[in-house]
Design a protein around this ligand. Sequence first.
Ligand code: PEP
Ligand code: MG
Length: 894
Amino acid sequence: PKFVYDFTEGNKDLKDLLGGKGANLAEMTNLGLPVPPGFTITTEACKVYLASGNEPAQMREEVSAHLAALEERMGKRLGQADDPLLVSVRSGAKFSMPGMMDTVLNIGLSDASVAGLAAQAGDERFAWDSYRRLIQMFGKTVLGVDGDLFEEALEEAKRARGAASDVDLGAGELKELVAEFKTIVAKETGRDFPQDAREQMDLAIRAVFDSWNGERAKLYRRQERIPGDLGTAVNICSMVFGNLGPAAGSLGGGTGVAFTRDPASGQQGVYGDYLQNAQGEDVVAGIRNTVPLAELERIDKSSYDELLRIMETLETHYRDLCDIEFTIERGKLWMLQTRVGKRTAAAAFRIATQLVDQGLIDEAEALQRVTGAQLAQLMFPRFDEHAKTELLGRGIAASPGAAVGKAVFDSYTAVKWSRSGEKVILVRRETNPDDLNGMIAAEGILTSRGGKTSHAAVVARGMGKTCVCGAEELQVDTKQRHMTAADGTVVEEGDLISIDGSTGKVYLGEVPVVPSPVVEYFEGRTDPAAAGADELVRAVHRVMTYADSTRRLWVRANADNAEDAARARRFGAQGIGLCRTEHMFLGERRELVERLILADTDAEREEALGALLPLQKADFVELFEAMDGLPVTVRLLDPPLHEFLPDITDLSVRVALAEARHEPHENDLRLLQAVHKLHEQNPMLGLRGVRLGLVIPGLFAMQVRAIAEAAAERRAGGGDPRAEIMIPLVGTVQELEIVREEAERVVAGVEAATGTALGLALGTMIELPRAALTAGQIAEAAEFFSFGTNDLTQTVWGFSRDDVEASFFTAYLEKGIFGVSPFETIDKDGVGSLVRSAVEAGRATRPDLKLGVCGEHGGDPESVHFFHEAGLDYVSCSPFRVPVARLEAGRAAA
Ligand code: PEP
Ligand code: MG
């Protein structure tokens, strides 16, 4: 293979090979934009190096050839004493990893060539400052010298001179500093700073390769879910200098960053910062104050005009927002980098529709420019941006949302206070599984330590709770029950704080929360077509329209009551994919179920069922009404038994107390014996779903009757009920056949009694591996399948869905075993492969088999794409996720 590409040889589509920076430098070069000449060493070379510890032999020769060509072109040699060619050696992976890997500037300077540079530039101070920077950067990143040693020496030199900043140091002082830096290098590494320019370059290339596996880079990749085996490219680029003072009769220079539009709002205009008389690293380091880019017009009109022209060229060419790094050397503009720029969620929607209006992209492309995750972000309530706030500090935006509550510093207090109706924010240094109850009780979670994959972050995201983690400026003292901000402000237990999980900001006091305008739109409370409608709402509306007209998947909702169903319908749901009937038995009805489960005699059981029937029927009537004309899949009872029985410990205590006090306790005792009998070590693998239906006579028949009678009643009232009956936790077709026979008998009875043909479909969940593996047989008895990917994930992995997220998942995520919980995003290789084969086997048996999914994955962006590809007919998710699923289904089909 070829390991080195000149900038003239690459293009923007070669990011895998040339990294993002290299590919875009090549693209700009080929567009005829002013890019300093150079070449890129491929990620393939990096991979060989990382695997074997050596650069591929051929790479060295290719580098030599490309360097020779570069020298020829520039009319000077690397490190040439009287007029040195200087280069930068920059990392550049496929995905941007800002600041995570190494870069070395000014390669080619040495004791000999520093004088040549001074003479050519006519600026001795500049030459020595450049040499100083080289030794510092090279010493730190290539030779591994502690960077503080250089910083301290620099500070000392400034102090001695009474200088406020680097710029106040003259050539003489800088020359002394260079000598001192060289001593530091020699002392720390046992070798002299290399004087040979090619050796400098080769060592710098290696250092960049090595930095791919630096700790910072590895951590960043895990957090951003970037694969660890991609490697980085290395860009060798001839140096241009924004810190070169003006030559006689010409302008000076500087360096800056720019965006072709505002990355926060999407508005077109001149956005960016400029720093005069500086090199790129000075902007990033924030040492001196930048000026708004618009100022450049006054400073250097011709460079400014050229920059604007280039920005327009880039935007039209990339058909997207670009961000840019540029340098002006003595009045000559150079482009050092461009890429399609990051943007806020709101800007993503605005920009996508703006570009459609400009004719730069079509609607299908617009769908690719936004994501369901961005839409979800826009649906959270947020803090009123006009409110006056007092910022306490900032952490990592770990789980979005806006939460307000009283600060509490331990889980116990969180639970206690929330039980008495207080809203609390749980503040901890870091959380661990013991904090779980407190996290559940809290409005939001704030920690001073840990990153995006810390326990707090992972668990909070799983619970959909607002979380800010790693707010290191905040000193949390859980013993004293307070925290101290950097400015000395102390927050005591009980003081109100507000945390913003979308920005990571932490405020003192209560910041008012406003509903999301996007939710107001989905709720039908704002009209996107009205004059003066919010521009974001208008953009979201348009993108949703594209998605709906593109998608093949239908989107249904998981809803158990009329209110949720109605909301889901407003949000665009095309039916209910899962009504969990056990949710209809919680609260005061729980006792009826308890009576049913514990019934000893047929009469007791009949009585319990008789009491449940009218309640169930009324529920279904409401639900069918809310979803009139749309399918409603009602799942028969599937409670893990322990959720419906009294707690065994509580009950034992009650019985023991009553015994001790010689109080009557026969009922409790009978209950306790029954609970003991039914107690299971693994309720999730126990008597639930279809098993319960087969064991408790009359239970499923009662539910089916309630569904059928409710449907008949709606029909009689002129409605259009479309009920589907779904059997949970089936493992074999025999189970389904037994239930089916009974259900058909009951339905036939209701149809005869009411004189109405109900057309009820009967199907099953596929949520056990055996069901998936025998899907061909099961399809004989099922008119539809709905994949229950929660239980399927639990049983395929052998992970308890109720326990793992709080126990060892953090460790798994940190170790990179998976980048995301398989309960959140479908495990394509394992669970997904069972889904695929079940789809195929099911359809082979019954070509018109309807197929859907109703596990949590139905609302997860990546999983929606998988279900589209797997050929399902619909996904079903919680009402709030319906818009996200609609959008992602559209993106999958576009
Ligand atoms: C499932 O297992 O994916 C499912 C939807 O059922 P439940 O979550 O109610 O077990
Ligand atoms: Mg299930």
